[in-house]
Design a protein around this ligand. Structure first.
Ligand code: GDP
Length: 453
């Protein structure tokens, strides 16, 4: 890359520090034009991983005191020469520094350009670059851990494992094509079917784990449903830690959907409290009830709250019958008033928990059950491989080719046809890490980044 780019690398607003990052062949000479160290040492003469203290000067005027951190190619984030100039953290002063750096010859970096350069310079692959984005936008412990694992190369490693198996299968096909008259053991063509099946299982797991990964990264889309007065708003308030829904003892007061992002232990819930589900003539409430139902259709998790101290009504029975067992958790609330009869949940095979939203007892159990139900409890930080949507599309395409290859091999197509399909599967797989990826795809990935990263 011929240009040297610069951008503010810290968020806008007031803070202890603000930093401008410069990366490229001319990073040192540009930084030397704006930064004067107290020791009079030039940045160009400074070793990597060293810091200099001094001042940023623009148009002969001191802008602020500053520390310049020096990274020498290839030992930097981007793999290029990098200087990070830190000053006091205020938008005005940081932007003055950026202006000075741009006046001195740097070009304003595009969003994600530093990470893109790191990718293009082989410092990280595409899945790792995406992990940087995940770390920046992480809202909970598990999301952060998943991002860090991916940055550490879990996705890359898994893809390499599958790639090796595919390459082996492709080599088997090639050997058989070249020497078709040899014994099947010579090329290993007799084992091709089982090898392809093995690859298929691994790809299927990558694709199916996506949902868990999505919940870990973006939060679990959860909806609270239940009859009026069961304690839905109280539960919402307990989880979000402050009053957001209006809690009143009059049935039917939560009329619309209230949304909140809450961290429950290490998972994040995108929670919405909805209008109580019941037959109603009130038009406004009716709209709320409709919304509750449509939320239930798209949620990852349904928390069905009932007043456990009050017995089960026909309406409660009807709501319980409509719950999807795989994603629903029955919450028998108000345990402080009396122990519930949990049989309505038991007989429907629904998971349940007994708690008091008012005083918080049973909250630990609620968390445990939520993690079990959404499978986020099975997370094994180190071993988990979670793809993002782009990566999952690649894995799905790869899986489709492998399935076709298995079918082709099964019905006795020429091995060449099978070989072509395995190659296609390999190409799709390598798009995940960016080994084989078009410039457009890479650009699309980096467009989602913020400036300065
Ligand atoms: P919603 O209509 O389902 O949203 O119910 P609310 O959260 O508005 O609660 C209805 C009433 O039940 C309020 O008076 C709450 O204080 C009360 N309530 C909610 N949860 C509990 C609980 O765990 N124990 C007891 N004793 N009362 C509760």
């Amino acid at each position: 890359m011929e240009t040297t780019v610069a951008a503010v690398a810290t968020p806008s607003g007031h803070g202890g520090l603000g930093a401008v990052r410069i990366s490229g062949v001319d990073a040192f000479s540009i930084a030397d034009k704006v930064f004067c160290s107290v020791s009079a040492r030039k940045i160009a003469d400074t070793a990597g991983y060293r810091a200099l203290f001094g001042k940023v000067v623009n148009d002969g005027e001191a802008v602020d005191e500053a520390v310049a951190l020096v990274f020498r190619a290839p030992k930097s984030y981007t793999g290029e020469n990098v200087v990070e100039i830190s000053v006091h953290g205020g938008d005005f002063v940081v932007n003055r520094v950026l202006r000075a750096v741009l006046d001195a010859g740097a070009v304003l970096a595009e969003p994600g350009e530093f990470t893109k350069r790191a990718y293009l310079n082989g410092k990280m692959d595409l899945s790792q670059a995406e992990a940087v984005m995940d770390i920046i936008s992480a809202e909970g412990d598990e999301a952060l851990r998943a991002g860090l694992e991916q940055l550490g190369g879990t996705v890359t490693k898994k893809c390499l494992e599958i790639k090796e198996k595919m390459t082996f299968a492709a080599a088997t096909v090639a050997a058989f094509s070249d020497f078709p008259d040899e014994e099947p053991e010579f090329s290993g063509i007799d084992k091709l079917g089982s090898r392809l099946e093995e690859i298929k299982v691994e790809l299927e797991k990558l694709v199916s784990d996506y949902d868990v990964g999505r919940m870990v990264k973006n939060g679990i889309n959860a909806v609270i449903v239940g009859p009026p007065n069961a304690g839905k708003s109280t539960l919402m308030n307990l989880l979000s830690g402050f009053e957001k829904s209006i809690v009143t003892p009059v049935a039917g007061t939560t009329r619309d959907v209230v949304e909140e992002t809450v961290n429950l232990g290490s998972v994040t819930l995108k929670l919405c409290d909805t209008a109580g589900i019941r037959d109603t003539e009130d038009t406004v409430e009716k709209i709320g009830v409709e919304r509750s139902r449509s939320r239930m259709d798209t949620a990852d998790l349904v928390l069905a709250v009932f007043d456990g101290s009050d017995g089960f009504t026909a309406e409660d029975e009807a709501l319980s019958d409509s719950l999807n067992r795989d994603i629903s958790l029955v919450v028998f609330n108000k345990s402080d008033k009396g122990q519930p009869d949990v049989s309505p949940a038991e007989k429907r095979g629904l998971q349940w928990v007994v708690m008091s939203a008012e005083n918080g007892t049973g909250l630990d159990k609620l968390q445990e059950k939520i993690m079990q139900l959404t499978k986020t409890a099975n997370l094994n930080g180190k071993a988990a491989v979670y793809l993002n949507e782009r990566q999952r599309n690649c894995a799905k395409r790869s899986l489709k080719c492998i399935n076709e290859a298995i079918d082709c091999a099964g019905v006795g197509f020429t091995v060449d046809a099978v070989g072509v399909l395995i190659d296609d599967a390999l190409s799709a797989l390598m798009e995940i890490t960016g080994e084989r990826v078009t410039v457009e795809v890479a650009n699309e990935v980096f467009k989602r980044f913020c400036v300065g990263k």
